[in-house]
Design a protein around this ligand. Structure first.
Ligand code: NCD
Ligand code: ZN
Ligand code: ZN
Length: 477
């Protein structure tokens, strides 16, 4: 494991004074880049919100508090880099308080919020105000995406200085009806993005419109039409465009919510060519497939849609291969009344911030991926891609003491009534899980213990990429 050169507490004999605010005793620290053999049994000493020591034996009297982690696994704090907390403007669906409480209860310590709020996060004033308001309500640390629109080209530099985690482009319209900037404007924005990465909602509008019109003409309410209305060619077409823009502008890009094997193949190829392309997928594309539409109907309506079992299998394969850099949830809550509207009127989006970790840990127990791979895609991966590493995503000495403590034997059943979002619309109601986050620490403080929220609203901090920007991030077109 990297960076464990910190002094073990027993390096020079025990000290009588309290040395740590908290000691996590006897857990197994999971190495996101290793295998089970590189995980280490260790005591973690935490001081002033930072990891101060990793040692094979810290005297418990050195800790103000001691948490017995024997038999448990310790992962660097989980990061969900794609959530819609609807704040400001759509807070009847969710707000930063309820969304981040649900995140914390699901073992997540840092989130990144998307800009399709009301108003959209497209200017420096909106970004500053969102950061301020979220800072008063959030239980988790949070980054904020800034939206690229047809008329904010000149704001690119200001949004970077204001602390945007990255930029977001809706190549295909989704909730919020945000149009993509014209290609020329987008080119200019990507040239001005400096080291900030650009996240794409990658679907092609014209193809979606064509196929949606065809499907809406089919009588009946077959929910599998939701997938046919936005077919995989739409995603592939937009992914190819985003990759081409990355190649020509030099900007780093990120493909959100990859749902299809054929777009995954394009990302694999781009990575092989050395292009700065990263990708995420979401639990809905790994745990659901088109066979679930008859049972779940519009509860599983989402953009892009959940597709066939071959797509689902290819995405698991993409995780194993390292083509998928991260698991994010695209937590996109709506009210139950909205979700249960007729096929074409129900809004797309699945609320999943609280259920991702239990589902993924269940997949670990079933042998779908290793716990190390899970730590890689749920913590290290997003931290690296979004410039938060090593403060987040690592167990390095002197980095933020964010940890998610996991019990791989804990069994449970997901019950919508027990979820902490404003609206309990999860498609996973009744799913049986084995493996669960049992505690989450943010900068040394427990924000969740045994599924109970223990943090404070407003403890969450605004986070942004650690890398300094070049003096003048504006490149010549
Ligand atoms: C998202 C939302 O509701 O904001 N919905 C969705 O279906 N994924 C928007 C988005 O991520 O495209
Ligand atoms: Zn999207
Ligand atoms: Zn989204």
């Amino acid at each position: 494991m990297p960076d464990y050169k910190g002094s073990g507490a027993n390096a020079g004999g025990y000290m009588s004074a309290v040395q740590y605010d908290l000691v996590l005793k006897g857990g197994t620290l999971v190495d996101p880049l290793g295998t089970a053999r590189s995980n280490v049994r260790a005591d973690l000493g935490i001081r002033d919100g930072k990891l101060a020591a990793v040692s094979d034996g810290i005297d418990p009297s050195c800790g103000g508090d001691v948490y017995d982690a024997a038999g448990l696994f310790i992962l660097p704090g989980l990061i969900d880099a794609h959530v819609h907390f609807r704040d400001p403007g759509l807070t009847y669906k969710e707000d930063f308080g309820s969304g981040s409480a649900a995140a914390a209860c699901g073992g997540i310590t840092t989130v990144a919020d998307m800009p399709n709020t009301l108003p959209p996060t497209a200017g420096t004033i909106e970004l500053r105000e969102k950061a301020r308001a979220a800072g008063e309500r959030s239980y988790t640390d949070f980054g904020l995406f800034a939206l690229l629109t047809q008329d904010n080209l000149e704001e690119t530099g200001g949004l970077i200085r204001e602390g945007a985690l990255g930029f977001k482009v809706f190549l295909g319209t989704s909730v919020g009806n945000i149009a993509a900037p014209p290609l020329g404007t987008l080119y200019g924005q990507m040239r001005r993005a400096g080291r900030r990465r650009i996240a794409f909602h990658a679907e092609d509008n014209e193809l979606n419109e064509y196929f949606t019109r065809l499907c809406r003409g089919i009588p009946g309410n077959d929910p599998t039409l939701l997938a046919r209305a936005r077919p995989d060619i739409s995603e592939a077409e937009a992914v190819a465009r985003a990759i081409r823009l990355a190649e020509y502008t030099g900007a780093a890009i990120h493909i959100c919510h990859v749902s299809a094997r054929r777009s995954l193949a394009l990302i694999r190829e781009a990575k092989r060519r050395g292009l700065p392309v990263s990708a995420e997928t979401c639990p809905q594309y790994l745990f659901l497939d088109s066979g679930d539409y008859p049972r779940l109907g519009t509860r599983m309506k989402v953009n892009p849609p959940v597709r066939g079992a071959e797509d689902r299998e290819a995405l698991w394969q993409g995780i194993a291969e390292g083509i998928i850099d991260m698991i994010a949830t695209d937590h996109a809550p709506h009210t139950a009344e909205e979700k249960d509207r007729p096929l074409w009127e129900a809004p797309p989006g699945i609320a999943g911030v609280e259920t991702s970790a239990p589902l993924m840990l269940t997949a670990v127990n079933r042998g779908r991926l290793s716990l190390n791979d899970y730590a890689r895609i749920a913590s290290l991966g997003p931290a690296r891609v979004w410039g938060l590493y090593p403060q987040k995503g690592s167990a390095g000495i002197n980095t933020d003491a964010d940890f998610t403590i996991v019990d791989m034997n804990r069994t449970g059943v997901i019950r919508n009534a027990g979820l902490h979002s404003k609206h309990q619309t999860s498609p996973y109601d009744g799913f049986e899980t084995t493996g669960a986050p049992v505690a989450a620490l943010l900068r040394g403080c427990f924000i969740m213990k045994d599924g109970v929220l223990t943090g404070n609203a407003g403890f969450g901090r605004f986070v942004y990429p650690a890398q300094p920007e070049p003096a003048d991030p504006v490149a010549a077109d």
